[in-house]
Design a binder for this molecule. Structure first.
Ligand SMILES: [Mg+2]
Length: 378
């Protein structure tokens, strides 16, 4: 059995659905957070995270926070669109009891099925507010005994060879042993980079992410070449087009490295299709592409189908990532963590909550996400 079948009872969530206060108002505002280096992937580049913070205030004064991090190249959502959607969806939320978050989420999805990031931000803020009101940590909605210390990879975007080697060295020195390397622009130089990093740091493992850039044939050659050289690749992420599941299955059947579906799985139906076709070994979860509650459904589908799980994000601050961490703490089936984007930012716009210690992530037992938005960011 290659992947853990163990998972927690999602129905635990309902055990907490005691009556609570109603949502009095929803605030949403843009935040710009600079990145230490451009975040370049095969589909595009960003140098500033142009996100949206969301605050939900309950009628007893309790506040909850959420974040929307659009990545236009991957989801087609811009921040302006997202902000408009958040404000539109907020109209259907105010005046509702916060403990009805599941129903509210289902209504939001019905209203705007193609807008997962705004829904995700509002869901996170509702869950945070609900948990703060109940004085329980977010993970307690999904499990009784969370994993408290987890390890994340760190991403090296598509930068120059020298810059990538420099970043690999710096991350290695701060304790990271899994590097996620973005590929898909120039296979030969990317292959050389990975090989050279591996020679210099033999105890480093790799996750290789092409963000859909390869044709199946190229993908097979690329990854089998690394495998032949004995380079430890943990996962090969989304090598080809998200709609080409046949091609993905062909790749999976032609390589020894486990294949992870990322862009191919936004919804529960996508996960069911991937599972039915046997098109991947692992699904990469992202609350920003699926919403929080639908991510739970994808976890359920994946675990039932014996698929492995990874969790990542768009270019998110610790706010959105704190929600993903709570999921990772709750579901041991989530084996691969890619919760690194706050480390790629110039500043941390929130205080409290989980923290990083090198590659280790230490969860929080404070109510909700345990975070507050820093003064000046509201
Ligand atoms: Mg990916």
């Amino acid at each position: 059995m290659p992947f853990s079948k163990q998972y927690n009872d999602i129905s635990l969530m309902n055990a907490h659905s005691a009556k609570g206060p109603v949502i009095r108002k929803v605030d949403a505002w843009p935040v710009d957070i600079g990145l230490t280096d451009d975040f370049v992937i095969s589909q595009g580049a960003i140098s500033v995270a142009e996100n949206v913070f969301i605050r939900i205030t309950l009628d007893d004064g309790t506040e909850g926070y959420g974040e929307m991090a659009p990545f236009e190249e991957l989801t087609g959502e811009t921040r302006d669109d997202g902000l408009r959607q958040v404000r539109k969806l907020a109209e259907g939320i105010t005046g509702r009891p916060v403990h009805e978050y599941e129903r509210i989420s289902a209504e939001m999805k019905e209203k705007e099925p193609g807008q997962p990031a705004p829904r995700c931000g509002l869901e996170t803020a509702m869950l945070d507010a609900f948990c703060r009101f109940r004085k329980i940590p977010l993970w307690s909605l999904w499990c009784r005994e969370p994993r408290t210390v987890l390890t994340t990879d760190v991403t090296i975007p598509l930068l120059s060879y020298d810059k990538s080697m420099e970043l690999a060295g710096a991350w290695y020195a701060s304790g990271f042993r899994t590097l996620k390397i973005k590929v898909g622009i120039d296979s030969d130089s990317e292959s050389r980079l990975i090989t050279d990093i591996s020679r210099r740091y033999p105890d480093v493992s790799f996750i290789i992410d092409a963000n859909m850039a390869f044709q199946p044939g190229e993908a097979i050659i690329f990854i089998n070449d690394l495998a032949r050289k004995g380079i430890p690749v943990l996962l090969f992420e989304q090598p080809n087009d998200r709609f080409d599941l046949e091609g993905m299955k062909e790749i999976k059947d032609s390589i020894t490295v486990p294949l992870a579906a990322d862009e191919a799985v936004f919804t529960r139906e996508d996960a069911e299709r991937v599972a039915a076709m046997g098109a991947a070994d692992v699904i990469n979860l992202k609350i920003m592409k699926s919403g929080v509650l639908e991510t739970l459904e994808i976890i359920r589908v994946a675990v039932a189908a014996g698929l492995g799980l990874m969790i990542g994000g768009m270019v998110e601050t610790r706010l959105a990532m704190g929600c993903s961490l709570a999921l990772a703490q709750s579901f041991p089936a989530i084996r691969y963590l890619d919760l690194d984007t706050p480390l790629l930012m110039i500043e941390d716009p929130v205080v409290g909550g989980y923290r990083y210690d090198g590659s280790r992530i230490i969860g929080t037992n404070d109510p909700g996400l345990g975070m507050k938005v820093r003064d000046g960011m509201t």
